[in-house]
Design a protein around this ligand. Sequence first.
Ligand SMILES: NC(=O)c1ccc[n+]([C@@H]2O[C@H](COP(=O)([O-])OP(=O)(O)OC[C@H]3O[C@@H](n4cnc5c(N)ncnc54)[C@H](O)[C@@H]3O)[C@@H](O)[C@H]2O)c1
Length: 274
Amino acid sequence: MKAAEMYKVEGYGAIVTGGASGIGLSFVEVLAENGARVTMLDVSQERLDAETKRLKAKGWDVRGMKVDVTDHPALDRAFDETAKLYGRLDVCFANAGIDPGIGFVTVDRKQRVPEGAIENYDDARWNRVIDINLNGVFATIRAAARHMKPRKSGRIIVTTSMAAFEIEAGIGASYMAAKAGAAHLTRNAALELAKYQITVNAIAPGWFITNIGGGWMTKKEVQDEVAEWVPLRRVATTEDMKGLALFLASPASSYITGAQMVIDGGSNIGNVFD
Ligand SMILES: NC(=O)c1ccc[n+]([C@@H]2O[C@H](COP(=O)([O-])OP(=O)(O)OC[C@H]3O[C@@H](n4cnc5c(N)ncnc54)[C@H](O)[C@@H]3O)[C@@H](O)[C@H]2O)c1
């Protein structure tokens, strides 16, 4: 099979949660640029409007809907409406996520931070992150499965994190629990849905420049500091995400399910500082 056929998503119907910014926006772009019809679900009306306008101007078939992944009935309605409009739902990226705020040490991991300590971690902060980063993924997978199962085909891709398998102590505890939970939920859904030819995989990003956490990774000094820990010696841009996203959304990955693909410039294998 030629590469163009293997990676073909033309005519697909797709949904991306948290699609109006960062990593989610890169999923929207790579699908739409390759001929898929893509709906971005996001809480930011402003970003939805701006990105829809920008991408439509390129001639791409995109639309935006303001939906919070913690509002499960609204999420279900958005999936129903989108699947009806497209006549099919081929691809779903369960991507929406937030940063939980400071962990129990500073980001350089050199100093303890009292407000991130477990004894001071309040319920509101814990629950908010679990609600979006874990419960939101559950509700998104559920909504996608309802549309994909009758057609016996589909691709569900969950954005996890390196935090799913190692502790990033500078990031709050709730994020570790949510991402590890999302990774294991991915495997559970993959096993359950395999019989219906629906694949469910996760993407675990390392350090990407996006708007998460108020956009702290957009600062040059932060990028330079983090780049020192990364074997490939740079942080990632959202362009780096597109090849893997297209691979997992397309026929090229047809025999892969239950996998968590790490895209981190080698960060999980160790560091050298020469
Ligand atoms: N940037 C990184 O380095 C990095 C690393 C590992 C994992 N991730 C994960 O990648 C995913 C995307 O994050 P990003 O870095 O692109 O951040 P981002 O802030 O640039 O984009 C996230 C988008 O999700 C939307 N969103 C937030 N809460 C939502 C909700 N309740 N319902 C619907 N939409 C909501 C935001 O409005 C935003 O448009 C997240 O799951 C995040 O945990 C990011």
